[in-house]
Structure formats: C-alpha cells, structure tokens
Design a protein. Structure first.
Length: 168
C-alpha cells in the first residue's frame, strides 16, 4: 500500500521529544518499503502538505498528559480531535493537533489518522530519552506494527526482531 504514510515527529535535541523521530528511524531501518516513512519537526502547515495523497497517516509523537511518563497512547483521530487533556510536545504554536483540525476543516485530512503518543518526562534541551521512554519503545513499536499489519491487509511487515537494539 503506497498511500500509507508514517511520520515520526519531534526534535532529537529536546530529550523525550525525540521519540517520534527515533521510532520512525527504527521502523524505516526494518521496513520492506511498503510504507512511506518520514521525519518532521511537527510544524502544522508542513504536516498538512505531507498528508497529500495519503489515505492513512500514522503519526508518532511525544505527548504531555497526566498519565505516567512512558505510557503509550493510541488515538484514532480520523473522526475526532485530540482530547483536551492531551497535548503534543510541539514547540510550534501551530502543531500536530491544529494541523489535524485544519486539514479536517479543509477536507484534506486522510481517511485514517492514528496518533501514537508516548507520554514524555523531559522536554528540556538535551540528547537522549528518559528511562521511562526507553522502556516504552518495545510497546510503542509493537502497537504500530499491529496497525501496520492491519492496514497493509496482512502484509509481512515484521519490524520487531531485535527490538531491544533501539537505543536513544
């Protein structure tokens, strides 16, 4: 399925905000090429442009919430917006949540939009994930892998062999 797009969002120099980019890199490394995998900083207008031509978009991003750091959330945003209790860890005033809602209003939102949010602990300048996010990586990638299998109609995408080798 060439109209399936996976976007890792974040900033690798803001601690836990790097989770989306690091996960996308690992998924790209293990991919068989049936899914287009990109990295973006989370600027909203760039995201809307990137959505073009995709029937399904999977977004990976760090989020802030009242849940414990390292909690992996899977949100289907195809019909509803991001819950008010959850924010994407964007440094942009017009970020992921705003991009999704504007694309929806303009009729440019893909048919399926799934956000994989991992609750971050630290978004301070620095390189490397906090321990809770490092421990969350296997669950995050397993959750994404399950959806990739479904969305590619039982394809043979197997991103999980050697999962423990993903280091931040």
């Amino acid at each position: 399925m060439h109209d399936l797009l996976l976007i890792g969002i974040g900033n690798e120099f803001r601690s836990d905000d790097a989770i989306g980019i690091l996960a996308a890199r690992e998924l790209r490394r293990r991919s068989n090429g049936s899914v287009r995998i990109l990295e973006q900083g989370g600027e909203g207008t760039a995201l809307i442009e990137t959505f073009q031509g995709a029937s399904a978009v999977l977004l990976i991003d760090a989020v802030a919430s009242h849940d414990p750091p390292g909690t992996v959330l899977r949100l289907d945003l195809s019909q509803t917006g991001l819950p008010a209790s959850l924010t994407c860890a964007s440094s942009h005033a017009f970020g992921v949540a705003e991009a999704i809602e504007l694309a929806r209003a303009l009729g440019r939102l893909p048919k399926r939009v799934i956000l994989y949010g991992t609750v971050g602990k630290s978004f301070e300048p620095g390189i490397g994930l906090s321990d809770p996010l490092v421990r969350a990586i296997p669950e995050l990638l397993q959750t994404i892998d399950n959806d990739l299998h479904t969305l590619t109609a039982g394809g043979t995408l197997d991103f999980l062999s050697g999962i423990a080798t993903l280091d931040a």
